[in-house]
Every structure is written in structure tokens, then in C-alpha cells.
Design a protein around this ligand. Structure first.
Ligand code: PEP
Length: 256
């Protein structure tokens, strides 16, 4: 049987200063047992300015919580004012980085080619990219969501070896469900996550596709996480708003 360890990743977006970040990590750690943190992988994705503090809290108390950045530069270093490299994230103990979030695609005009470069840069620095894909409302209403998401997937993974692909986490986040309180139904989530895995089988092979973790994101809460996690191709959740509350995010991590 295929066993993919469930992953719950909390995307804090542009929220919480470093003092608030420390409090949230402490609260989260206090709400989860070592067993729970072994059964389910729990990851936080704070703003860059919080990462050093989060590192200190997690390493200092040997907490079984992972962390990562919300974006990275496709370049290794140099004259890129305002950007953060994969090497900088790795040096701070990050193991994950979000790539191609819909808010980056929308507000920073990130296209599939740039997302592809960022995925490649993340892997080059030993970081696990959480590659976000997902359709907007218009595409969904035209029932083009599956080809749209598969195109984004193909574009983002271009040039990677199957071995590299096994290290990528894919997050299906329908844009119309992000921060809107409108969750996709478990069946909607399964439809796209299942088609993504099928696409990975076609492009690579079954063994590669079986190893890739596919998350659902979009208004996930403790009240709806279990039904989404019951779907065969959903291996976890990328959580925005609900990850800012330690108790609530801990509940999400305790979904089983
Ligand atoms: C997100 O932006 O990754 C997200 C899923 O946000 P929310 O949970 O707030 O919809």
C-alpha cells in the first residue's frame, strides 16, 4: 500500500510580527503531542522577518514542527533588491518554501516559467517546494479547471527529473475558495487532486506519482478538514486564515 505522510502547512501570509510568531509556535507546540506530530507533519510558513525567531523557538525546544518561506528568488544571489534566496532560507533551517501561490501570481505577475525557475531553485537548495496551482472562478464556471491545473503543473515541473518530482509537494488551491469561506466540496478537491496524480503518472510513472504529496487549500478549517482528508488523493492541506490561531491549526493537524 502507498503511504504518504499527511502534511498540514500553515501559510501565515503577511501576518504576525516576530513576537506574535513566537507565541503562535509555542501555542501550537503545546497543543500537539509528539505522537500527533509524528503521525502528521506540521509546518508553518511565516513571513521572512519571522523566520529567525521561529528557528530559535523550534530548535531551542526541539519542537517537531517544520517551517519554511512563502517565496524565494529564482536566482542564487546578486543585485535583486527585496528578494530572498533559497540559500538564505536553507541557512535558517527552512525545509519548505511556497512557490507560485495565487497571490504571487496575481499581485506579482508570476507566470509558469518563473514558477518553474523557482521550483528548480528550491530543489537546488534542498528545500521542498510547495507548488501552488488552481483555477479562478471564470475557469471553473467554464469547466476548464482540470486542463488549467494540469497546464500549470506541466509548466512548473518542466525539466525536472522524476527523482526531483518526488520531492515536490503540489497544492491545489482553487482561487475562488481562498480566503472566501467557500470551500470546494471534498469531491471537487478529489477531482483535481486525482487528475493531477494521473498527469504525473502519464508524464513520469506510477512510482513517482505515488510518492508526490498533493494538498488541498482554500478555506480549510477544523470543521471541514476530515472530509477533505478522507479523499484518496488528498494528502494534506495548505491553510491560510485558520493557521493564524494556534488552537485551530492544532485541531486541523489532529484531523484523524
Ligand atoms: C492559502 O492562501 O493558501 C489559503 C488556503 O488561504 P485560506 O485558508 O485562508 O483560504
Amino acid at each position: 500500500a502507498i503511504t504518504r505522510r499527511p502534511l498540514m502547512a500553515g501559510n501565515w501570509k503577511m501576518n504576525l510580527n516576530h513576537l506574535e510568531a513566537n507565541l503562535l509556535v509555542q501555542k501550537l507546540a503545546a497543543s500537539l503531542t509528539a505522537q500527533q506530530l509524528t503521525d502528521v507533519e506540521c509546518v508553518v510558513l511565516p513571513p521572512f522577518t519571522d523566520l529567525r525567531t521561529v528557528q530559535t523557538a523550534i530548535e531551542g525546544d526541539k519542537l517537531l514542527i517544520g517551517y519554511g518561506g512563502q517565496d524565494l528568488s529564482p536566482y542564487p544571489s546578486g543585485a535583486y533588491t527585496g528578494d530572498i534566496s533559497g540559500a538564505m532560507l536553507a541557512k535558517l533551517g527552512c525545509t519548505y518554501v511556497v512557490v507560485g501561490h495565487s497571490e504571487r501570481r496575481q499581485y506579482h505577475h508570476e507566470d509558469d516559467a518563473l514558477v518553474n525557475d523557482k521550483v528548480t531553485a528550491a530543489l537546488a537548495h534542498g528545500l521542498t517546494p510547495i507548488l501552488c496551482i488552481g483555477e479562478g472562478l471564470e475557469v471553473r464556471e467554464q469547466l476548464r479547471h482540470v486542463p488549467h491545473c494540469c497546464d500549470q503543473l506541466d509548466g512548473a515541473l518542466r525539466g525536472l527529473t522524476p527523482e526531483q518530482v518526488t520531492k515536490v509537494v503540489v497544492a491545489y488551491e482553487p482561487v475562488w475558495a481562498i480566503g472566501t469561506g467557500k470551500t470546494a466540496t471534498p469531491e471537487d478537491a478529489q477531482e483535481v487532486c486525482g487528475e493531477v496524480r494521473k498527469r504525473l503518472v502519464e508524464t513520469y510513472d506510477q512510482a513517482t506519482a505515488d510518492q508526490v504529496r498533493i494538498l488541498y487549500g482554500g478555506s480549510v478549517k477544523s470543521s471541514n478538514v476530515a472530509s477533505i482528508m478522507a479523499q484518496p488523493d488528498v494528502d494534506g492541506a495548505l491553510v491560510g486564515g485558520a493557521s493564524l490561531d494556534g488552537e485551530e491549526f492544532a485541531k486541523i493537524c489532529r484531523f484523524p
